[in-house]
Design a protein around this ligand. Structure first.
Ligand code: FES
Length: 160
């Protein structure tokens, strides 16, 4: 699922404020909720929101690029892209701690790139490796399993 249940419920509540058949009117609120959760709006998220509201993705993309408050895919610019799984099984295995450690060591939040342009930190969804949780993906290719707080330094040295 692209968004947490709480976010989807918030979006549903926004949709419910508009008359039947006018759910597209909730597009700005829906994007704000998605960005609140993820820190930025990826192309996939734009498509997901478009699907929720029965809109063409291009129309949603136009909204995103028109308003400065939306951050569109801020996360693809670093040399290395580190995506940490933030789905429940990984979180139950310590992904939150890993997230805090990564943010602290890199000095950036999810959706951001280090000032030297070396590393971009991204929040990801289940990567189908829950048995090896917590899991991260490097450059959308290489999977790192059973991450530990202590292992974060070594991992950053290796991929940085
Ligand atoms: S929840 Fe992280 S890989 Fe499945």
């Amino acid at each position: 699922m692209m968004l947490a249940r709480e976010s989807l419920e918030k979006i549903d509540r926004e949709i419910a404020k508009y008359p039947e058949g006018r759910k597209q009117s909730a597009v700005m609120e829906a994007l704000a909720v998605a960005q609140d959760e993820k820190g930025f709006l990826s192309d996939e998220m734009i498509e997901f929101v478009a699907g929720l509201l029965g809109m063409a993705p291009i129309s949603v993309r136009e909204v995103v690029s028109f308003y400065a408050m939306y951050k569109h895919e801020a996360a693809s610019s670093g040399k290395t892209r580190l995506t940490l799984c933030r789905s429940l099984p990984c979180r139950l295995s310590g992904a939150d701690e890993i997230a805090e450690t990564l943010k602290e060591k890199l000095g950036i939040d999810f959706g951001e790139t280090t000032p030297d342009g070396r590393m971009t930190l991204v929040e990801g969804e289940c990567m189908g490796a829950c048995g090896d949780a917590p899991v991260a993906l490097i450059d959308d290719k290489r999977m790192c399993c059973r991450l530990t707080r202590e292992g974060v330094d070594a991992l950053l040295r290796e991929i940085g």
